[in-house]
Design a protein around this ligand. Structure first.
Ligand code: C2E
Ligand code: MG
Ligand code: MG
Ligand code: MG
Length: 274
């Protein structure tokens, strides 16, 4: 056990070092190349209805298939994309690709897409989403946009207008990583969010008698505001059963399915009719 852990740590640090040895400037140039040259990939993670475990939709999660470094997760390049002003191009790629691939899921499955703060702040997002949906031929009701609490902070009025515009298109909106941000609860009721995604840190601590009250309260809060409540990071059967018994509506996590490329969607019993 200890040996495994050490090995795990070693792999982790060596990976970090490898990524760090490439200078920021070089990574920036390589990322620019990646966006233009088809090195980005979307992985899709299933979101299941808690009641009967039916598949409801998928979350699109971006990866970078780097020619030298292999598959890189968003934790290792989203911030670089933000610092270097490439996040809008990257976000546009993700949105277009996710909507066009979602058509292959078949109705009524939805796709959810993570937005970054910069994308959300930019004027013209509503018009962009409308035209991407049209281009892809995807009904607005099958797209959900995931927004984090911290994105509400700088310009609450602007955020409200953007959210209203998106909501009027018929797009669903979710509050991602709920409970980890710093913003006040007051916006939740006023803003048109459809879904509340409980951050996986709450789910990870979810054991009989511990943290149960907090998760129950979050679920009740969501329901009181007529929101669908989704739990992220479900890794065990025990967590699944507890969340179900607390009335959580939707579940997502490694126990139900890892993120995977669209080619592997048949593992979920879907045809990827590419
Ligand atoms: P997120 O939106 O909260 O996405 C969920 C993350 O949790 C994913 O990591 C997913 O692989 C991971 N996860 C899912 N189930 C489990 C589980 O059972 N256990 C554990 N330990 N982890 C689980 P990933 O793909 O590395 O993405 C990390 C974050 O990067 C995302 O967090 C999201 O904030 C951001 N991100 C991903 N794709 C995009 C994108 O296209 N645009 C933007 N702006 N951000 C993205
Ligand atoms: Mg998300
Ligand atoms: Mg999340
Ligand atoms: Mg999270």
């Amino acid at each position: 056990q200890a040996r495994n852990l050490e090995l795990g740590n070693w792999c982790f640090f060596s990976r970090e070092l490898e990524l760090r040895m490439v200078s920021e400037r070089q990574m920036e140039l390589e990322l620019r190349h990646a966006i233009a040259n088809d090195e980005l990939r979307l992985y899709f993670q299933p979101r299941h209805r808690a009641r009967d475990l039916e598949l409801g939709g998928m979350e699109a999660l971006v990866r970078w298939q780097h020619p030298r470094l292999g598959l890189i997760g968003p934790g290792d390049f989203i911030q670089l994309a933000e610092r270097s002003g490439q996040i809008v191009a990257l976000g546009t790629w993700v949105l277009e690709e996710a909507c066009s691939q979602a058509r292959h899921f078949g109705a009524p499955l939805f796709v959810s897409v993570n937005l970054s703060a910069e994308q959300f702040r930019r004027p013209g997002l509503v018009a962009q989403v409308r035209s991407v949906l049209e281009e892809a031929g995807l009904p607005a009701g099958r797209l959900e946009l995931e927004i984090t609490e911290s994105m509400m902070l700088d310009d609450a009025q602007g955020a409200l207008e953007t959210l209203k515009g998106l909501s009027e298109l018929g797009v669903r909106l979710s509050m991602d990583d709920f409970g980890t941000g710093y913003s006040s609860l007051s916006y939740l009721g006023r803003y048109p969010f459809n879904t509340l995604k409980i951050d996986r840190s709450f789910v990870a601590q979810l054991k009989e008698g511990s943290n149960l009250a907090v998760v129950r309260a979050i679920i009740q809060l969501g329901h009181a505001l007529s929101m669908t409540v989704t739990a992220e990071g479900v890794e065990t059967a025990e967590q699944l059963e507890l969340l179900r018994s607390l009335g959580c509506d939707e579940l997502q996590g490694f126990y139900l399915g890892h993120p995977r490329p669209i080619e592997n969607l048949h593992e979920l019993g879907l045809r990827a009719s590419k």
